[in-house]
Design a protein around this ligand. Sequence first.
Ligand code: 9UX
Length: 70
Amino acid sequence: SESTVVLDIEGMTCSSCVSRVEKSLTQLPGVSAAVNLATNTARVDFPATISTEDLLVAVAKTGYTAHVPV
Ligand code: 9UX
């Protein structure tokens, strides 16, 4: 089943950053993402085959840092 999480993203300063973070997430199978530069967040819908850790790793590989809010 699908889950949704809103990640905090560090390091984005421009719309190209937004595109990079969105691409990193949506390259994972079954994942859709909407990144908000103003709030430094990413709303992510992901299937049961993907973990939140997978999402954080995918973003980290692009040079940004993602956190699950506490
Ligand atoms: Mo956004 Mo350009 O960080 O390197 S300012 S992509």
